[in-house]
Design a protein around this ligand. Structure first.
Ligand code: HEC
Ligand code: HEC
Length: 280
């Protein structure tokens, strides 16, 4: 996936640099934490350039101020995927496989350092204020929306929708409010090597001689398509025998709750979802 040989070289250089940084960290493990970090020597000017890079390359997913959106909220003192600065730099360089977080193959070392420094600085900002009451929101989740019929949370529920056990780490309050009130607005995506960023939850509608079926696509090849409906039942169809087959891009199986829940209940359920951070 490298665009040219210069990139290839700079990735190789980065790998060597990362390894030597890790080794240096081990060697000097007796000295103070901050002295080991390659970010310790960054100046305010480096951080300002880091902010501009962030706004260009990262803000469309992580928000202009790192507050989160499709990407994780980065205004947190501890980042789950980046326990230390070396891990943070290599994460930005290579992305997180199986998620929408892409690798930044076009950035050079200096840019990566400045970006990482800016991301760490975001972690020192005060935490986001919750709009409602998380405990009341938990009750709404369990009693009003039938949410567990489609989501797994801490091992309970059915999984036609995404697991929510750690959703508060991935998303911010605005995103979660949209997800609950207007599910068609943002569809979770996933970065793939062959096809770029694709829709992770593709809804499909199939009409066969036996009736109409709507659900989440599990798999598809030239001849057949497999899907799961909201009851969890799995179907496989022979494409040649179908009356019609439609991929519902931008259409969610999740009902919008804007009219079902009061504004207070939406605030509460958003606060509850924000509190779901899984194991740190
Ligand atoms: C296409 C969307 C997208 C872009 C662009 C993107 N990210 Fe991400 N990023 C994500 C998602 C989604 C996650 C959360 C992955 C997960 O844990 O499920 C994430 C996670 C992260 C994390 C880990 C957060 C944690 O809690 O451990 C860091 C750090 C990060 N991104 C930094 C960046 C930086 C810096 C850039 C710009 C160079 C960037 N991202 C660009 C989508 C994106
Ligand atoms: C009929 C099934 C169904 C029900 C009921 C349902 N959801 Fe969903 N939910 C989904 C699907 C499918 C998605 C995947 C994204 C999409 O299609 O919008 C989703 C996405 C989400 C997301 C976004 C997750 C992410 O990582 O982007 C949140 C948050 C969410 N649902 C919360 C809820 C809450 C809270 C309730 C109850 C008030 C609920 N859902 C009820 C099916 C459902």
């Amino acid at each position: 996936m490298f665009r040219n040989s210069r990139n290839n070289k700079s990735v190789a250089k980065l790998a060597i640099w990362l390894i030597s940084a890790v080794l240096a960290g081990q060697h000097f493990s007796a000295t103070a934490q901050t002295a080991e970090s390659p970010l310790a020597t960054l100046t305010q000017n480096d951080l300002n350039v880091g902010q501009t890079l962030f706004q260009t390359h990262c803000a469309r997913c992580h928000g202009m101020l790192g507050e989160g959106g499709e990407g994780a909220n980065l205004t947190q003192a501890r980042l789950r995927h980046a326990p230390d600065d070396i891990a943070l730099i290599s994460l930005i360089a290579t992305g997180i496989p199986g998620t929408a977080m892409p690798g930044s193959w076009t950035l050079n070392e200096t840019e990566l350092l400045r970006l990482a420094g800016y991301v760490r600085a975001l972690g020192e900002l005060p935490a986001e204020v919750m709009p409602g009451d998380a405990a009341a929101g938990e009750l709404v989740y369990q009693t009003k929306g039938n949410c567990a019929s489609c989501h797994i949370l801490d091992g309970a529920g059915n999984g036609v929708g995404p697991e929510l056990s750690e959703v508060g780490r991935r998303r911010n309050a605005d995103y979660l409010r949209r997800a609950v009130t207007n599910p068609d607005a943002d569809q979770p995506r996933i970065a793939t090597r062959q096809r770029g960023t694709i829709n992770a939850f593709l809804t499909v509608r199939v009409v066969s001689e036996y009736g109409t079926y709507e659900g989440m696509r599990i798999n598809e090849d030239e001849f057949s398509v497999q899907m799961r409906d909201i009851t969890g039942a799995i179907y496989s169809f022979d494409k040649a025998k179908l009356i019609s087959y439609e991929k519902g891009f931008g259409h969610s199986l999740m009902p919008g709750y804007g009219a079902v829940l009061s504004e207070q209940e939406v605030d509460d359920v958003v606060s509850y979802l924000m509190s779901l951070k899984g194991e740190v």
